[in-house]
Design a protein around this ligand. Structure first.
Ligand SMILES: C[S@@+](CC[C@H](N)C(=O)[O-])C[C@H]1O[C@@H](n2cnc3c(N)ncnc32)[C@H](O)[C@@H]1O
Length: 194
């Protein structure tokens, strides 16, 4: 099982954003949607061994976390629009700290980034950062959790919090999109049969 978490600093936490303007009205929701595609899809279908947490921290009611289970999700296509529609559905109505089921494999809660990290802290955890330990030089343990920033990177205090449980790893000096990081990580894990 692979878990990917994105910390999206500006992504909207209600459903009042435009599907044709995910970047502007959605607070870079396009980045979040592309991230989901890169985490979950291969050419002929879904990666059933992937779980994703989208931690949305934009206005008007942060934090909101959407959880997508590759094992259970249905009726989702790999295009940005389809994913954005599911995110909009997830962000409709009242959201509390308890997980609310949106459809099979998608649930939402008002849990914060730190609450999600704590709940996964029994797994090996890796924070993606250019200045971390080069991934080719380290062993990735089974059932890893990868924490990735958005276009603005992770806030320092949140990064410090994750590092209580995990370590910083790098894909090299070149900064990549969050979605590209997910693709590279999936490729490396496939190669290592993890
Ligand atoms: C577009 S980058 C963010 C760039 C942002 N300007 C910054 O300084 O953090 C999005 C996220 O992808 C991850 N990332 C991008 N390139 C990386 C690399 N070469 N190695 C490890 N992580 C990387 C980091 O988690 C980063 O927060």
């Amino acid at each position: 099982m692979r878990i990917f978490i994105i910390y999206a600093r500006k992504a909207r936490t209600d459903n009042k954003f435009l599907l044709k303007d995910l970047a502007g009205s959605g607070g870079k929701m396009d980045t979040v949607c592309r991230f989901v595609t890169s985490c979950l899809w291969v050419s002929h279908g879904l990666r059933r061994d992937v779980d994703i947490y989208l931690v949305l921290n934009g206005p008007p009611r942060p934090p909101i976390t959407i959880h997508i289970s590759g094992e259970n999700v249905k009726r989702m296509d790999p295009n940005e629009r389809s994913i954005a529609i599911w995110i909009q559905k997830s962000l409709k109505g009242e959201i509390t700290k308890d997980w609310k089921n949106i459809q099979e494999g998608i649930k939402v809660s008002a849990k914060s980034f730190q609450e999600i990290i704590k709940s996964l802290s029994d797994r090996p955890m890796y924070v993606l950062e250019e200045k971390g330990e080069y991934i080719e030089d380290i062993e990735i343990k089974e059932n890893p959790v990868f924490v990735i920033g958005d276009h603005l990177g992770m806030p320092r205090n949140e990064e410090k919090f994750v590092l209580r449980y995990g370590e910083k790893i790098s894909l090299g000096k070149q900064p990549y999109f969050a979605s590209t990081c997910a693709t590279i990580l999936n490729w490396i894990l496939d190669k290592r049969k993890l």
